[in-house]
Design a protein around this ligand. Structure first.
Ligand code: ADP
Ligand code: MN
Ligand code: MN
Ligand code: MN
Ligand code: MN
Length: 379
């Protein structure tokens, strides 16, 4: 059988925009007359769509609270009825904008019902929207800050041809040769569209996202990057901003990024969002005992965690393809078929961190980090 056709089927997607014209103006007309542009990013009504809009500011803020709150039309994002459509955005984290460059910034925000003026002249407090999972996470992280929870999330994703919605580099409507040669590979036809992964990596480093590594994955056209270790609420802010940057990079190449946990059904690997976790106590001498205590607590709350670990995760957690089954909790040293994997060095060094392998690639990091802290430190 010949596979010569296999990676030759993606037509180059033409663009009506000549990007060399864009590059010309963006590189020669650079004086913003002291103004900066802030692109405000928020999570939309599905709980995973990322939206943004930009505004000009007179000066660089030094912290999020220096930035004005802002609003948008929630009826266009599935977050408010049309007759009362204003949604409030509160700036929470500032990153450099790698797309506009210069002093321009990206701002991670969270979303609220607008404050209302009461008859007695007082103003109601901001109420988080149902899709604002950050507010509860921030509150929980505040309670446990003495424990210094650290997280590192492994973000897997798959590249799709934006026209056919089929993985990039796969034959149209067909399949490449089976898995095996793609993971951490080098070479045409094996490592597909590395440029996207590399550009994203550089842009995250530039922007201040705490990205810690990248690798090619098992499914052809699937990649991974890691963000962390991040302390507390930073994990969610950094991971969401890394995803925003990823979608923007995909836009430049006309390649769609999917965080779906099982983009191709059948005997093909799904995408995970392994969440690595440690606390001051697990990192200190005696931490191995603390980790074992954590695992016992996590076992009791398995159902609560599984229900909140990403939409469609049941398509991925089959017990095959380096996953554990959905219904059973298990933990083990160096075992990639477990719910929780403890690194091989932990029992030797008697301290360290562990990996929750259950979250799907479309996990909400605000939810997953909050649950880990609640179950292990607050129960
Ligand atoms: P794997 O071997 O499962 O593929 P990776 O190297 O992809 O692991 O990811 C490991 C993640 O763990 C990284 O995001 C890293 O930042 C994070 N990490 C490292 N040390 C700690 C720690 N002490 N606590 C929490 N996370 C950590
Ligand atoms: Mn308008
Ligand atoms: Mn990994
Ligand atoms: Mn991986
Ligand atoms: Mn992992």
């Amino acid at each position: 059988m010949s596979y010569d056709h296999v990676f030759a089927s993606d037509e180059k997607i033409g663009s009506l925009l000549d990007q060399s014209v864009t590059r010309h103006f963006m590189s020669t007309v650079t004086d913003q007359k002291g103004k900066i542009v802030a692109e405000y990013v928020w999570i939309g009504g599905t709980g995973h769509d990322l939206r943004s809009k930009g505004r000009t500011l007179d000066k660089m803020p030094s912290k999020p609270s220096d930035l004005p709150t802002w609003n948008y039309d929630g009826s266009s994002t599935g977050q408010a009825p049309g007759h009362d459509s204003e949604v409030y955005m509160v700036p929470r984290a500032i990153f450099k904008d790698p797309f506009r460059g210069g002093d321009n910034i990206l701002v991670m925000t969270d979303t609220y019902e607008p404050p209302r003026l009461l008859p007695d002249g007082t103003i109601t407090p901001l109420i988080p929207l149902p899709t604002n999972t950050r507010a509860a996470c921030a509150e929980t992280m505040e309670k446990v800050k003495a424990e210094e929870p650290w997280f590192g999330i492994e973000q897997e994703y798959t590249l799709l041809n934006s026209m056919t919605r089929w993985p990039l580099g796969w034959p149209r409507g067909g399949f490449p040769t089976g898995q095996g040669p793609y993971y951490c590979s080098a070479g045409a036809g094996l490592s597909i569209a590395r440029d996207i992964c590399e550009v994203h990596y550089r842009l995250c480093l530039y922007s201040g996202v705490n990205i810690s590594g990248i690798n090619g994955e098992v499914l052809p056209s699937q990649w991974e990057y890691q963000v962390g270790p991040c302390t507390g609420i930073d994990m969610g802010d950094h991971l969401w901003m890394s995803r925003y940057i990823m979608h923007r990079v995909g836009e430049l190449y006309n390649v769609m990024i999917t965080f779906d946990p099982k983009p191709i059904p059948g005997d093909w690997n799904g995408s995970g969002g392994h969440t690595n976790y440690s606390t001051k106590a697990t990192r200190a001498p005696g931490g191995w005992d603390v980790i074992q205590e954590h695992c016992k607590k996590l076992e009791k709350r398995h159902a609560v965690h599984i229900a909140a670990y990403g939409e469609g995760n049941e398509r991925r957690l089959t017990g095959k393809h380096e996953t554990s089954g959905m219904n059973d909790f298990s933990w083990g040293v160096a075992n990639r078929g477990c719910s929780i994997r403890v690194g091989r060095m932990v029992p030797i060094e008697k301290c360290g961190y562990y990996e929750d392998r259950r979250p799907a690639s479309n996990l909400d990091p605000y939810v997953v980090t909050r649950l880990l802290v609640e179950s292990t430190l607050l129960m």
